[in-house]
Design a protein around this ligand. Structure first.
Ligand code: ACO
Length: 445
């Protein structure tokens, strides 16, 4: 765990209505802002804190991912994302996030072998897909199938046992590409290919997405490298909504497949992982650079619910480093795949113009990871409704690492936030024959 110093510094919180005070320790992590440990506040002062959306609240201690929103830094287990993107691979990053440091060659080989050999799904799950409507969104299928894994793999669910957790994590990392690609193949009415053990993780995913049993399929190495990079860049991102979901759901000691399914559902939202799909829809709606002004104006109009998708971030108050990496490789990937996409020019001009607008400057709104990722995915032939599914494959390791870290924490308790109650004071039950339309039944004495 992170080195946390709680010894010396405190702040005093006084409840002026009673005159009672409490000394609240300040905790400092290895990097990033300090926090007040308010754990004793309710017990000693009978007061809770109020912070909707967790804008000022650290919900846990974590040694996995550092996000420095001011300077646009992102580190996985201490390693900068730029180094990992250039030199590492998705599976090596999975190992890093899961076990805490980079593997030796031998350890990476063993890990890769284990993941490669867990990619098959129980045959019963093939039948499970048939229960969905053909036009179901693939994320809806993901929520269902991932949750359903709990009905197929219950031989190692002693979640307080580290080895059982490890097996579950390997299974989920390995099976996610198969689950995801089959969701796509089902929607197209196409055969479900089996995974191939001679391919690496990203290559195998492309094979599952695009191969046919009637023809041999050769994976394009440029496409596989780009896919691997996208998985790697999405692998973890601290206590975001879907990671917080797994911690909250997992804190009840629920089945890990069910908790991952809850995170998949959270990721689906357009304010979170669903934004990559929404970005492409927005760029298509803009259609031509001449329409950019209209959309920039709409984004700034408080009466219009429209937001510039792929812009803004709760933590980054400068450009998201993942967006910087993707924007650099975007043109390269398109050139290598001989793809011309007019949306890239619109995206670049939109980003450029937004950067100059006072509204975006004042609010520190910059492109986030979702802004450019969709353009690469389109070039790889991935349909728009699969974008968040791809994000899900990459982020699974992050959720699992957050979950495992929580399960190892001896002080772990069920998550149970409080509320500021704003409802009625106590009412008296009025018999139904005494209730008349338009009356406030609670006010009747
Ligand atoms: N377009 C226009 N205005 C925006 C945008 C945007 N994309 N994002 C934030 N703002 C404005 C808000 O209206 C608000 O303005 P105000 O201060 O005048 O009220 C201000 O900037 C602060 O925004 P909040 O919504 O309070 O910031 P929050 O941290 O709660 O939200 C979020 C962050 C959800 C990412 C937001 O920026 C957003 O909706 N962006 C678009 C969706 C998106 O790209 N999501 C992907 C996020 S990255 C990820 O999950 C992988």
């Amino acid at each position: 765990m992170s080195q946390v110093d709680t010894r010396s510094e405190t702040v005093t919180i006084t409840d002026n209505s009673t005159g009672c005070s409490i000394e609240v320790p300040i905790m400092r992590g290895t990097e990033g802002p300090a926090v007040f440990d308010i754990g004793q506040l309710a017990k000693q002062l009978g007061i809770y804190t109020y912070d909707p959306g967790f804008r000022s609240t650290a919900s846990c201690q974590s040694a996995i991912t550092l996000i420095d929103g001011k300077n646009g830094r992102l580190n996985y287990r201490g390693y900068p994302i730029e180094d990992l993107a250039e030199k590492s691979s998705f599976l090596e990053v999975c190992y890093l996030l899961m076990y805490g440091d980079l593997p030796t060659k031998e350890k990476l080989d063993t890990f890769t072998h284990s993941i490669t050999n867990h990619t098959l799904l129980h045959e019963g799950l093939r039948e499970f897909y048939k229960g969905f409507r053909k036009d179901a969104h693939p994320m809806a299928i993901m929520v269902g199938v991932v949750g359903a894994l709990s009905a197929f793999y219950h031989d190692s669910l002693e979640i307080s046992n580290a080895r059982d957790r490890e097996i579950t994590m390997h299974r989920l990392i390995a099976k996610m590409p198969t689950i995801a690609a089959w969701a796509y193949r089902f929607s197209k009415g196409e055969p479900f290919p089996y995974p191939r053990n001679d391919l690496n993780y990203a290559e195998n995913f492309l094979h599952l997405m695009f191969s046919y049993p009637t023809e041999s399929y050769t994976v394009n190495p440029v496409a596989a490298k780009a896919m691997d990079l996208l998985f790697l860049l999405h692998a973890d991102h601290g206590q975001n909504a879907s990671a917080s979901t797994i911690r909250l759901a997992g804190s009840s000691q629920a089945n890990p497949y069910a908790t991952v399914s809850a995170s998949v559902g959270t990721l689906w939202g357009p304010a979170h992982g669903g934004a990559n799909e929404a970005v492409i829809e927005m760029l298509e709606a803009i259609g031509e650079p001449k329409n950019i002004d209209e959309y920039l104006a709409r984004a700034q109009d408080k009466k219009d619910p429209f937001r510039l998708m792929g812009f803004g971030h709760r933590v980054y108050k400068t450009q998201d480093p993942r967006a910087t990496i993707i924007s650099k490789v975007c043109q390269e990937v398109l050139d290598n795949l001989n793809v011309e996409d007019p949306l890239l020019a619109i995206a670049e001009e939109l980003a450029e113009r937004a950067r100059k607008e006072a509204y975006f400057i004042k609010r520190n709104l910059y492109p986030n990871v979702d802004f450019y990722s969709g353009i690469i995915l389109r070039a790889l032939g991935i349909p728009t409704n699969m974008f968040t599914v791809i994000f899900t494959i990459g982020r699974t390791i992050g959720w699992l690492s957050q979950w495992s870290e929580m399960m190892e924490d001896q002080g772990m308790r069920i998550s149970r936030p409080r509320q500021l109650y704003t409802g009625r004071k106590q009412c008296h039950y009025i018999p139904i024959e005494e209730r008349h339309e338009g009356e406030d039944f609670c006010a009747i004495k």
